[in-house]
Design a protein around this ligand. Structure first.
Ligand SMILES: CC(=O)[C@@H](O)[C@H](O)COP(=O)(O)O
Length: 263
């Protein structure tokens, strides 16, 4: 049975989305992304050459657009204006490309989202016809506001970008997932495979990550691990876990009719 991720009417056969930063070079980027099985690959327009810098190595030569859906992002933007300008540039560079990742940062120490600026940018971008996947805090009220504006996916942080601290607030993620009518993807802070699995077991529609793969000792092997982790968590979510039994054991085999048991 197919179990695809659908965003803005398009279906993808992987629920793992990956970034392109922090790799040794574009060749390693290509190998790791190939191993991850990701179909959606996010690119920081202000940091990565996808044609803005003539004569420099171009990421698109390593990640062919017929194989991957590029998700231009606004990493490094600290205001709604900057983010909107960056994504307009991406739309020009990528031939009227609409699916984008919006992130507006609040401060360079935590890279936490600036939510008022994020909301303002989202309004403008949706009005201009962009399909906006949005990095946000794990606050259910803000997530609902972004959905009401028309964002096509909400992407609350697991923890700080690049920290690898894993999922800090599974309870808030659950609240966001329960109310959302658009896909919810955990974005940022995943450190290892079990974090990705937990996100999927919680009911997230997908996981977006960069540093956990690019910062691993062996990025290609970690990319494979993440691919399996996301698939595994998704399967466990769909299977429906057994009801937990707190503080009371239950034998794994039936106790009735035990051989040698007094009647
Ligand atoms: C690649 C990208 O978009 C990052 O801004 C994203 O938030 C990933 O964060 P991690 O590097 O913590 O996975």
């Amino acid at each position: 049975m197919t179990d695809t991720l659908t965003i803005a009417g398009k279906s993808f056969d992987s629920r793992l989305l990956v970034g392109t930063g922090k790799y040794r070079d574009f060749e390693q980027t290509r190998e790791a992304i190939e191993a991850s099985g990701a179909r959606i690959v996010t690119v920081a327009i202000r940091r990565t050459n996808i044609g803005q810098q003539a004569g420099e190595p171009n990421l698109l030569d390593y990640l062919p657009p017929d194989r991957y859906t590029l998700l231009p992002n606004t990493a490094g933007c600290y205001s709604a204006d900057e983010a909107v300008r960056t994504l307009r540039l991406a739309r020009e560079l990528l031939d009227d490309h609409r699916l984008v990742k919006l992130e507006v940062l609040g401060d360079p120490h935590t890279l936490f989202p600036n939510m008022p600026e994020t909301l303002a940018a989202a309004r403008t971008l949706v009005a201009e016809g962009f399909e906006v996947m949005v990095y946000c805090t794990d606050d259910p009220v803000q997530a609902r506001m972004l959905e009401d504006i028309g964002c096509v996916a909400v992407m609350p942080l697991a923890s700080l970008i690049g920290s690898g601290m894993g999922i800090l607030n599974p309870w808030n993620l659950r609240l966001i997932i329960e109310q959302a009518k658009v896909p919810v993807l955990v974005d940022a802070g995943v450190g290892t495979a079990s974090d990705a699995t937990i996100a999927m077991e919680l009911g997230c529609d997908g996981v977006l990550m960069n540093t956990a793969i690019a910062g691993a000792q062996d990025p290609v092997l970690m990319a494979q691990a993440m691919r399996l982790a996301v698939q595994s968590g998704r399967a466990a979510f769909r299977a429906g876990r057994m009801p937990p039994k707190h503080y009371s054991a239950s034998p794994s085999s039936p106790t009735a009719g035990l051989i040698g048991k007094a009647a």
